[in-house]
Design a protein around this ligand. Structure first.
Ligand code: UD1
Length: 450
């Protein structure tokens, strides 16, 4: 018998969410900052590190490179990279996490050479690396791809400051350009950089370690190379995507939800769109309240680099729009395969049509959703199914909770705080081995144990 472990989130929908819940630290800031710790001479202490599986993967990757890591209290993490002695990242770990490509810039900055598996594609679409390569070449490296690895190596004694002009905004390439240039000799000017809050957080972290970066938060970064970066104590910013997801969970149930310990300015695009649908939004220094007693209609969305509408909130927004009266149109401009979850939504009675050629979803909202067994294909699509399940009548079992766990630390506990009826369970599905199938010509017996 073959055993397959499935982790499931069971949701009893139709319960109005109400109350207040805190968001945790940002996944997309924590991962590159962990990679950046490879550049430090001395111990890096990080606070507000989310306890999510993507952080475990980055932990294992840094350990495989020779770093020592330890937990520090509830959400702290210590990283000592003094003993890292290899510039080659193992495929077994990198393949699990697109963000692990961030170690390329850090290894290059540290050793002048990096060998990192090419990201290829992922479930969301193709993952190109030309912008990363452009940055590495500008800094004086040769770059080649060999046997599935990207190999970058400096040609001279040092990486040398340069002008890097990106043809388009890329979060990943901006991070790698920063990580490889902070210790280069001379000045690097990086134009058309991604301005996501997590990129800003990486810059602030590097500055705290002794890097010299100006223009932080703008579309041009100027990096004056330094010879050494030191250990530091640093708190990761709030996860805006988790905050946005919780607000949309509440709004889909016509609830009244306040998310605390977040940065309202990081979510302006989402909050404007929610207001447009009739949700009453109020904000304070570090909280956002969304009272969705009256949702008047849908809205149109175009995902875009920050400060535009984040692609990572697209599936959750689509699910919310399924509950809003009228027709909404959502165009995805960042990834070419990010509507894969729509077939699962259809099983919950949603009316969403996807036009592949224009990467656009048209949502006919206001049709009651009904609970169904569904499967989460990736982190944010999984979160989108949670939004729909909370609004749906009856029970929804979302298989693939392990995907959601990659980006949300115990989502079911956060939702319970708001009154949701949600429950995590794990079950083993036993399948007959394929070889046995051919040998016996019998039908497989499938049995699920919880
Ligand atoms: C992207 C998102 C980020 C999100 C993350 C995980 C944007 C701009 N980026 O970051 O918000 O948190 O996914 O879902 O919203 N590209 C190239 N060549 C390259 C690099 C990228 O053509 O060398 C293209 C990509 O194919 C993509 C776009 O640029 O269409 C943005 O990619 P990038 O920002 O690098 O992706 P991530 O860093 O994964």
């Amino acid at each position: 018998m073959l055993d397959r472990l499935d982790t499931t989130l069971r949701v009893h929908g139709g319960v109005r969410l109400e109350g207040s819940v805190a968001t945790h630290g940002a996944k997309n800031a924590a991962l590159p900052i962990m990679a950046a710790a490879l550049l430090a001479r001395g111990v890096v202490r990080l606070r507000r590190v989310p306890r999510i599986t993507d952080v475990s993967v980055m932990w294992s990757l840094l350990e495989a490179l020779g770093a020592r890591l330890a937990f520090d209290g509830d959400d702290g993490l210590l990283i000592d990279a003094s003993n890292v002695a290899t510039y080659r990242a193992p495929y077994a770990l990198v393949r699990k996490l697109a963000a692990s490509f961030d170690v390329a810039g850090a290894l290059l900055g540290r050793f002048g050479r990096a060998e990192v598996p090419l990201p290829g594609g992922c479930i969301l679409g193709t993952r190109a690396t030309d912008l990363h390569e452009h940055a590495f070449r500008a800094l004086g490296c040769t770059v080649e791809s060999k046997h599935g690895y990207l190999i970058a190596e400096r040609t001279g004694e040092h990486l040398v400051g340069a002008e890097i002009d990106f043809r388009m905004s890329s979060v990943g390439a901006t991070k790698n350009a920063l990580l490889s240039s902070v210790k280069a000799v001379g000045t690097t000017t990086i134009r058309n950089v991604a301005m996501e809050p997590e990129v800003v957080d990486l810059c602030n972290f590097l500055v705290a370690m002794g890097a010299k970066i100006s223009g932080i938060g703008s579309d041009t970064l100027i990096v004056e190379g330094v010879t050494e970066l030191h250990g530091v104590d640093y708190e990761i910013i709030a996860d805006r995507i988790v905050a946005g997801t919780l607000l949309l969970c509440g709004a889909a149930t016509r609830g009244d939800v306040t998310v605390t310990r977040c940065v309202p300015d990081h979510l302006t695009a989402l909050l404007d769109k929610m207001r447009g649908c009739g949700v009453a939004i109020t904000t304070g220094d570090d909280w956002i309240r969304a009272d969705a007693a009256t949702v008047t209609g849908g809205t149109d969305i175009l995902t875009a680099p920050h400060p535009g509408f984040p692609t990572d909130l697209q599936p959750q927004m689509v699910s919310f729009l399924c509950t809003a009266p009228g027709t909404s149109v959502v165009e995805e401009t960042i990834f070419n395969a990010r509507f894969s979850y729509v077939n699962e939504l259809a099983r919950m009675n949603a009316d969403v049509r996807v036009a592949m050629e224009s990467n656009t979803a048209t949502i006919k909202g206001g049709i009651p959703l009904s609970g169904a067994p569904v499967e989460a294909p990736d982190i944010r699509a999984g979160a989108g199914l949670v939004v729909a399940a909370l609004a749906a009548g009856g029970q929804t079992d979302i298989i693939g909770l392990e995907y959601i766990d990659r980006g949300y630390s115990r989502l079911e506990e956060m939702l319970s705080e708001l009154g949701a009826q949600v429950q995590r369970s794990s079950g083993v599905t036993q399948l007959v081995e394929p070889v046995a199938l051919f040998e016996t010509s019998a039908y497989p017996s499938v049995r699920t144990a919880s």
